[in-house]
Design a protein around this ligand. Sequence first.
Ligand SMILES: Cc1cc2nc3c(=O)[nH]c(=O)nc-3n(C[C@H](O)[C@H](O)[C@H](O)COP(=O)(O)OP(=O)(O)OC[C@H]3O[C@@H](n4cnc5c(N)ncnc54)[C@H](O)[C@@H]3O)c2cc1C
Length: 470
Amino acid sequence: MPTFPPAPATPLLTPADTGWDEARKAWNLAVDQHPAAIALPESAAGVIAAVNFARRHDLRVTAQGTGHGAAPLGPLDGTVLINTSRMRRVSIDPVARTARAEAGAVWADVVSPAAGHGLTGLAGSSPGVGVTGYTLGGGMGWLGRTYGLSANNVEAFEVVTADGQLRYANPASEPDLFWALRGGGGSFGVVTSLELRLFPITEVYAGLLWWPIHRAGEVLHAWRELTHSGLPDEFTTAFRFMRFPALPDVPEPVRGRWFAVVDAIHLGTPAEADALLAPLRGLSPVTDTVQTISMPALGHLHMDPEHPVPSVGDGLMLADLPAEAVSKITVVAGAETGSLLQVVELRHAGGEMKRARPGNGALAALDAEYGLFAVGMAPTPEAASAVGYGVRAVTSAMAPWAAGQMYMNLADTSREACGFWTPQAYERLRRIKAAVDPTDMIRANHPVPPARPALAVTPEGDHAALQPAG
Ligand SMILES: Cc1cc2nc3c(=O)[nH]c(=O)nc-3n(C[C@H](O)[C@H](O)[C@H](O)COP(=O)(O)OP(=O)(O)OC[C@H]3O[C@@H](n4cnc5c(N)ncnc54)[C@H](O)[C@@H]3O)c2cc1C
């Protein structure tokens, strides 16, 4: 193992240090990370020190807030893992309606203080997911059909680029970098903080409808019809096949039992939502928890695991969900399959997330109607391989309806990077990467490779400022 002198201003662990095994754990405990060293910065200065240290030692760097998205990273040989979990400060500006979150903040760190000011942010389904990784990848949350992707609701980033410079990226100061960070992923630098728009929402009408899993087929057909019925953007739903493990820490009423579950979240009046939910309620759910709840409570609605777990999962975006697709997924994920997957989810996308507004970032829109994600617990390599097989059975069954564009936050395996963006956006991302990190020092879980010099030259010369040095 190489030995490194201590870097200034930031704790740096090597494999010989006490605490190494704890520090190298990702939230997804099935991912066994072996970086060359781990930096644990407490501020932007610590991040600069870690990046400079890596450059001086010919190492690469990768940033991680929680490790929810660690599975596609691949081996970390020759890489300094910059773990930002000690940078979780959040401040709310109630007048500007913004939150400034440090890079390691998770959504609960933003949603709770924002609620104190009658505001909320565009969190995803889990309060423990990192604001930064989620937003760099796009960020599809329960309010996304109304307000769009989290990435397209960022005002500014502070980011340390591969040259060790701390840059303030907003539309005026760094238009290209600002554009790339909004949905282009973590390839462009180590974000140290971001400034997010907040919205004046204190409550939503939301909850879950539950059926035993043998009803999944008829419920899913009804849900499909609901999502095809021209729903208002304010109304968001998801359908899940759920299998709760028979483990002691799982609440007794659901322990070891299997269900079909619909999540419903509405930003309008309860009466509007009740009218929309009538066809599903007509199928007599065994439990119906839909009621007015606070925004912090919305974070727990989906029951995502809030502590680290070993899991294997993967997803797809779907262009459509015809009746044939419903029948097919019910065969591979329903009651009869003996599937090992804990969750197979179909989430209704669309709405504002599908509108590529001028001024949006690299992921201007998610051009798909549904997000599909399948996941199971993988505490051992054997379980990981069996669950991986089950995940692939679901994604291959649904492949005929895959959208042309994939979404990196639902991709838990390595994919062809070009599939996440439009061809034009991907080429622009590669040129920006070549300009800010020509030697590809910064690694992301879904990397954008720098443009080769020939690609970086645009005939129009409109990206002259983005040519790689030399
Ligand atoms: C339980 C669960 C629920 C989820 N729910 C949703 C959801 O509702 N909607 C949705 O869109 N996605 C969801 N996701 C996917 C999630 O958004 C991605 O896995 C995302 O990458 C997680 O970000 P993170 O910072 O927590 O993870 P990390 O693994 O820490 O980071 C993921 C990647 O982001 C980049 N990154 C992180 N921090 C930095 C930084 N400071 N600077 C530069 N790059 C950085 C890196 O490339 C890193 O590899 C969910 C995932 C899980 C496991």
